[in-house]
Design a protein around this ligand. Sequence first.
Ligand code: NAP
Length: 363
Amino acid sequence: MATRTATWAYRDRFHESFARTYFRRFSTSLVSSIGIGTYLGDPTDAVDERYGATIVEAFEHGCNVVDTAINYRNQRSERVVGRAIDTAAVDREAVLVATKGGFVPFDGARPPNPAAYVESTVADPGLATRDEIVRGNCLAPDFLEWSLDRSLENLDLDAIDLYYLHNPETQLERFDRSTVYDRIEEAFVRLEARALEGDIRHYGVSTWEAFRVPDSHERYLSLPEIVRRARRAASRAGASSTHLRAIQLPFNVRMADAFTVEAHVGPDGPTSALWFAADAGLDVFTSASILQGELANEGTIPLAVDRRLSGDTPAQRAINFARSAPGVTCSLVGTGSSEHVPENVAAGTFEPMGAAAFDAVFE
Ligand SMILES: NC(=O)c1ccc[n+]([C@@H]2O[C@H](COP(=O)([O-])OP(=O)(O)OC[C@H]3O[C@@H](n4cnc5c(N)ncnc54)[C@H](OP(=O)(O)O)[C@@H]3O)[C@@H](O)[C@H]2O)c1
């Protein structure tokens, strides 16, 4: 597990190479505000090798956050992360390892008959009913526990620092919102129990649409309701306080709705996902921080914004936009290309935008 001592020692090793606020607090740890993601890429040995090299390089050059999910590249991404942690000249306890459960993962390769695979892996052993699996997404507690155990094995870790429920809004395709909240609460009860057992340190909710869309949207989920459910789950599991600690959502200069759409009701009325999270003490990890590579191309960041951002390359300026937003602890950037690691990590040598400059972008 990431510890205070090891992450502070990691920060001491690297902080002089970076600008102020590059390392940020996450619970008792200090983490880099740029993290490495492992979503894209084919499920092949060649891509495994490339990811392995980039993750080690990132760890050894000042990035101590890695994000994966059991279903990414058919469990290959988690296994690569596990090997990279082992190989890198960095203490495991200096790294925040985040993964996700909620999609039925294939094992190494797509099976010839995916429906039969899901049936024999999940439904037949009774981990979930067929009805609970919506486009591969499943929040059934027994399935999640099975998934978490597999993630621990894939990552070869005793504990996961941050375990997300993965895109729970997928369930809204089949079930009404109150049923989905109930299912999320049941999942949280199990995650609270696993946190008490020491298998996970914190948990979170990772979404693609739920938290950044207006409340009238069919995929909307309310953050205040998620927090209420987490508190209830903690008390049902016998925890003194909830282990819900983070959310993950897409955020970049062209997808800024987590800052602009006020869909979550706080004490002062509706507010954005980013502000609600900040006020509720939830850390935010941004995904798609460079719009899946698009913002690395010259001319793709709107000129009026680009002028206010620091960084030598468009990718660096896009990363710096994402990690300048209020409440953001870390911006994740996926890369399986070695040449992109130094460029992306070096975005952290520039100051992020101040709050006033960030707000001014939207005026
Ligand atoms: N919960 C969710 O639904 C969800 C969804 C999406 C992502 N995520 C998480 O967030 C992470 C980041 O998002 P993402 O990977 O989708 O998108 P991203 O980080 O915005 O972009 C990744 C893409 O950008 C390219 N790239 C990286 N650095 C570059 C550079 N300096 N110059 C040019 N191209 C560059 C990468 O190619 P190379 O591989 O060639 O470097 C890759 O194709 C993911 O890896 C994943 O961990 C979560």
